[in-house]
Design a protein around this ligand. Structure first.
Ligand code: CA
Ligand code: CA
Length: 368
């Protein structure tokens, strides 16, 4: 939804004659293929939750087959559409969707429609967010997931000279938000309550645990069709809040988007990094303009943190290499049905990217 400017794809009109423009449309198709890979990886991960080996194997087979078919069909329709008469991104998208709607296979049709919708999101868009966030006493918590997460969370921070008791609070967020997508400005309100755990008596640079909660983007703009977009913070995720020197703060939210067409799908897990400044104790100012490239929404590769411990380190590389050696479907990252060093090289590329982002946030502030 939020990203920095890149080449407009309607320039792809000139694909055929101008080599300079080829990269921008090839990039679009490449992005769509990468998104398909991610969807496949999530699907395969989810198959692992099934109880019997037979069910898991069937689920993985289905996921691989559906994704491979979608991959080929997307390339085929794209290749036809790119040579046709169209003037703008919107016209190109409409042509693609018209062809996709003719497909007989329901699941592939739905998958491709969503991919094409997403293909132009995040391009030529930016956002402004102005508002505040305040840590205050918690409301009565009724969400059973949050109650469970709280019961399992540690009660204190140990390791220092004296243990620090952790208290449950809420972070109330309220901000005017304006998103510019392809020149269409969507004004709205971003608001919500995030359940956090703070060290008793701690001030200044500190780390704040994020337990759960949700953020809602509501707008009267017709594009939302009267339905707000809800982002639910995933329990036991890598969400966190770090207050650094001079009150510089980053709230990192690992959140699932609702089923809203403008939202991220359940198949993807974008991570938002929202900068804030602590003005007085527990009162934060939010002032973001993506023109300065400061608000981040990134989607880590599902395979980067291969062992799911919220760390990006050498153990993941080892685990990936082992899985690759037994042809785990998640590891065929270049989609050629071979499990080889090409996949490993791609893995290292994605892993390095995710690791550097993760390290950037981890090392950004000193915590004490
Ligand atoms: Ca890991
Ligand atoms: Ca491969």
């Amino acid at each position: 939804m939020i990203g920095m400017v890149s080449a407009k794809c309607f320039l792809a009109l000139a694909c055929i004659s101008t080599s300079l423009m080829v990269s921008s449309c090839d990039d679009k198709l490449d992005q769509a293929h990468k998104r398909l890979q991610k969807i496949l990886q999530y699907k395969v991960e989810n198959c692992g939750l099934l109880s019997t080996p037979e069910a898991r194997a069937e689920c993985i087979d289905n996921a691989v087959n559906t994704t491979n078919e979608a991959h080929d069909k997307l390339t085929e329709l794209w290749t036809i559409t790119v040579t046709e008469e169209w003037q703008t991104d919107e016209e190109f998208k409409r042509e693609m969707k018209r062809k996709i709607l003719d497909l007989a296979d329901g699941p592939i049709r739905d998958l491709l429609l969503e991919l094409v919708d997403r293909m132009f999101d995040g391009e030529d868009s930016d956002a402004e967010i102005e508002g505040s966030a305040t840590i205050t006493d918690p409301p009565a918590i009724t969400d059973p997931n949050i109650i469970t997460a709280l019961s399992m969370a540690p009660k204190s921070i140990t390791g220092g000279p004296t243990p620090i008791r952790l208290l449950t609070k809420q972070l109330l967020i309220n901000a005017d938000t304006s998103i510019n997508v392809l020149g269409e400005v969507i004004e709205g309100q971003l608001a919500g309550s995030i359940i956090v755990r703070v060290g008793e008596g701690q001030v200044g640079p500190r780390q704040i645990q994020v337990i759960g909660g949700s953020l809602t983007f509501s707008s009267s703009h017709s594009v939302l069709g009267g339905t707000p977009i809800q982002y639910k913070v995933r329990n036991n995720s890598s969400s966190r809040m770090v207050v650094g020197l001079n009150g510089e703060t980053v709230l990192t939210l690992d959140a699932n988007g609702s089923a809203h067409p403008l939202s991220f799908t359940h198949d993807e897990n974008p991570i938002f990094e929202v900068p804030m400044t602590e003005i007085t104790h527990n009162n934060f100012n939010i002032s973001v303009s993506t023109s300065y490239g400061y608000l981040h929404a990134w989607e880590p590769w599902p395979v980067s943190d291969f062992n799911h411990d919220n760390l990006y380190d050498n153990n993941d590389i080892t685990a990936f290499a082992q899985a690759l050696s037994i042809s785990d479907p998640r590891t065929d990252l270049n989609y050629d049905n071979n499990f080889d060093t090409d996949d490993f090289d791609l893995y290292m590329e994605y892993f390095t990217e995710d690791e550097s982002r993760w390290l950037y946030q981890s090392n950004r502030f000193s915590n004490n």
